[in-house]
Design a protein around this ligand. Structure first.
Ligand SMILES: NC(=O)c1ccc[n+]([C@@H]2O[C@H](COP(=O)([O-])OP(=O)(O)OC[C@H]3O[C@@H](n4cnc5c(N)ncnc54)[C@H](O)[C@@H]3O)[C@@H](O)[C@H]2O)c1
Length: 320
């Protein structure tokens, strides 16, 4: 038996509850501490109250974690990640999107190039939608049917009821495109290689967006249309992949975690779950299993996060 991994959790808001639930169910981790300047005490973890701090600096004076999880508003990610990486030797899992702008990405890249903090090996991003069951099913199904040919077009629409949460939602998530676009690019990267941003814009005061991208699929160039929207009272997320050469369409519903493939009137493949695992837990359970394995999925890597960020912000994808 090796000692359990000591985890420090930064930010005790909405998504922290999912991290805590998934971590509590793993025997190989223990909660070392939590940090949140706006929360008076730590959460109950396996029936005990975790040590809590109001700042990361205070926490790191007292703790020596193996893994830190950053689940704070997007604009705070870069400062907290830099502090965590320079003050400890721990791995750092940052919630998506890793950064709010390209200058913040450049700062982390520079740290990596300096070689001081081994950013490339230690810094990971929680691209959780890429672990959703319907996404993994679609990836496996596409691999099983090379005769379907290349993906020629993708349409993805992500709706979140964030208009109901008021203006402060922009402080945490920045914009609909910042939040939903990174989820779309990271999950669709399971199927195709994005090559460039073709165009698009943020709309409705950044509460919605429309962007198009070029991608490579089995040596062919295709186009993706990505729609994100917060102006709704309900959550609904779906992606449709078209294989024009064979006439196949593959639909994946990220809200229901279901999918099917069809050609004309014929149903080719179908996917559902037993409905027992809540959606967000179904993302983070396999994410942590991969992160804490001997060979973490490259979708979690800093290189992938950097590539997605450059695509998302409209800069040249570059290597990696
Ligand atoms: N809510 C979701 O469903 C969801 C899903 C996936 C990813 N995310 C990502 O997780 C992150 C947090 O989102 P959320 O919905 O939990 O936000 P939230 O506003 O509910 O929680 C953020 C928490 O971080 C705390 N915080 C702020 N500054 C801090 C600091 N310097 N140190 C420590 N704590 C600090 C706040 O007090 C708050 O409790 C964002 O990056 C978001 O994109 C959220």
């Amino acid at each position: 038996m090796t000692d359990p991994l000591r985890v420090g959790l930064l930010g005790l808001g909405h998504i922290a509850q999912t991290h805590l639930a998934v971590l509590a169910a793993r025997e190989d981790v223990t909660l070392d501490f939590t940090v949140d300047p706006h929360v008076p005490e730590g959460p109950s973890f396996r029936g005990e109250q975790a040590p809590h701090h109001r700042s990361l600096a205070d926490a790191l004076d007292k703790h020596d974690p193996d893994l830190m999880v950053i689940a704070t508003p997007v604009p705070t990610h870069v400062d907290l990640a830099a502090e965590a990486l320079t003050r400890t030797g721990a791995r750092v899992l940052v919630e998506k999107p890793i950064v709010h702008d390209l200058a913040a990405l450049d700062r982390l890249r520079a740290m990596d190039e300096d070689g001081v903090a081994a950013v490339g090996e230690r810094l990971c991003t929680a691209h959780h939608f890429a672990f959703s069951p319907e996404v993994r099913w679609a990836e496996e199904t596409i691999a099983r049917y090379p005769e379907w040919g290349p993906v020629t077009q993708i349409t993805s629409a992500f709706n979140d009821p964030f208009v109901l949460r008021g203006p402060e939602v922009f402080e945490t998530y920045v914009s609909s495109w910042m939040d939903g676009g990174v989820n779309q690019l990271s999950l669709l990267a399971r199927f195709v290689d994005f090559t460039e941003l073709l165009g698009g814009e943020e709309l409705d005061g950044r509460a919605s967006a429309w962007y198009t991208f070029a991608f490579d699929s089995r040596g062919h160039r295709g186009t993706a249309r990505l729609r994100t929207n917060w102006l709704t009272g309900a959550s609904s997320k779906e992606s449709v992949l078209v294989f024009a050469e064979s006439g196949v369409e593959l639909w994946i519903d990220h809200t229901a975690m279901t999918g099917f493939a069809a050609r004309g009137r014929e149903l080719l493949e179908r996917f559902g779950t037993d409905g027992r695992t809540p959606r967000i837990i179904a993302h983070y359970q396999p994410l942590y299993a991969s992160l804490l394995s001997d060979a973490p999925d490259p979708i979690l890597s800093f290189d992938t996060a950097a590539r997605i960020t450059r695509l998302h912000r409209g800069s040249a994808p570059g290597p990696g």
